[in-house]
Design a protein around this ligand. Sequence first.
Ligand SMILES: Cc1cc2nc3c(=O)[nH]c(=O)nc-3n(C[C@H](O)[C@H](O)[C@H](O)COP(=O)(O)OP(=O)(O)OC[C@H]3O[C@@H](n4cnc5c(N)ncnc54)[C@H](O)[C@@H]3O)c2cc1C
Ligand code: SF4
Length: 481
Amino acid sequence: MGKITGFLEFERDDRGYEPVEERVKHWREFVLPLSEGETTTQAARCMDCGVPYCHGTSIMTGAPTGCPVNNLIPDWNDLVYRGDWEEAARNLHSTNNFPEVTGRVCPAPCEASCTLNIDDNPVTIKTIECAIADRAISQGLRPEPPTEKTGKKVAVIGSGPAGMACAQQLARAGHDVHVFEKYAKAGGLMRYGIPDFKMEKHHIERRVDQMEAEGVTFHYNAYVGVNVDAAKLVAEYDAVVLAGGAEKGRDLPIPGRGLKGIHFAMEFLPQQNRRVSGEAQVPGAEPILATGKHVVVIGGGDTGSDCIGTSFRQGALSVTNFEIMPQPPEKENKLLTWPDWPWKLRTSSSHEEGAERDFAVGTIEFSGENGHVAKLKCAKVDDKFQPMPGTEFDVKADLVLLAMGFVSPVHEGMIKSLALELDPRGNVKADTVFYRSSNPKVFACGDMRRGQSLVVWAIREGRQAAHSVDKFLMGSTTLPR
Ligand SMILES: Cc1cc2nc3c(=O)[nH]c(=O)nc-3n(C[C@H](O)[C@H](O)[C@H](O)COP(=O)(O)OP(=O)(O)OC[C@H]3O[C@@H](n4cnc5c(N)ncnc54)[C@H](O)[C@@H]3O)c2cc1C
Ligand code: SF4
């Protein structure tokens, strides 16, 4: 433990944001990092608790508290406090392949589990993580190629955080790893879903360069089950890992859904990310823009937030955000929730940019003029999500974005052609010990296995699947679980 009285001496201090009126004029990240001295002071607040709940899911109990990749948080807080940034970076990378990503976009369940969160004053863990990662990267991200090759070939399908983490681990274990990605660039939802203002894409490019130097081969525009034969991959490779995400968006099949101007979030967000990075749009895709429009975003999660921030930057006239769940409490009951992830009102930086939010709202009907959406008929809903009579209201809309989550992976193509067993929610069936599907040579991880989740869970699953694949190929493994 660094400074024994640190938590008594120093208040929590976290990264700020550029003012709204400035940040909505551009697409860059707008979080203002702490100085080195401020970060060191924040690290000094860590109490190195006897039971560090922040450190993550208990292997003994399986309790899902804290960091899903089991970052060794008290250890690197201490190293930062003592100024040993190099060892802190080595320690952080021993559990997390992409800490510069989680340091930007993770909701930080670690901070919810921090003992100092009992009085709303957790250590600024995510900020310290990001500072360690950014500092290490600015000094040069070194590839870690294997000393020996195994002669085994592994195909990883999908280059999101699960596929990238899995591929990196397997390449470092000496396997010849080939990543097949249906889009033109790597990153999955980190590239095409999460907007640049939350995470600029050069962070992904740098990791791709590192992975290529470690021996990973990326195959782009390679859509397995469409222009790459899935069964042939299974026959030709020693193991295949499916990390294709959960891409089937939840729809809202109500009257008027067929009107123009109503789109899934994942039709809207990737277009903007491609514009920012200068990538060509998908051929034939009609441009979807919020410029000069009244926008309604249906769904109050991360994806909804990203639609709001993107709409404001495109110059929307107004953005309204509806959530079907009731409004959570401003503050959780710590005795009931800590150290678990609490259900409480969360206001994202995008919400702060001026969105009108309402909760317990259901949409009954879309109506329009000349085939284009113009209005939503909504109502307040009861605890069974049924519209309550007498609460109906209309909202003007020129653009409606559906951000109500994802149902499952897409089954057509790869999954169907491999005839894989599915779990009751339609995800590829595989457990979290072996990550093996109903085909013994085929493994599954990330959103494709667990359903829609978070980057940090995808990294965890990618790493754990790599451990299992290495053991399957070699009989034993030194890769961490
Ligand atoms: C808009 C949005 C914002 C989000 N914001 C956050 C956030 O702030 N923080 C957070 O922690 N999480 C966030 N998430 C969730 C997070 O991005 C996902 O949980 C995570 O990316 C899942 O990783 P994955 O590798 O399993 O799948 P994905 O990231 O979905 O990657 C799957 C990849 O597989 C490719 N693929 C699919 N099928 C095939 C095939 N047949 N052949 C070849 N390639 C294929 C896809 O093109 C894609 O590149 C967000 C999600 C969305 C949609
Ligand atoms: S990865 Fe997420 S949960 Fe883990 S330390 Fe970083 S911010 Fe916290």
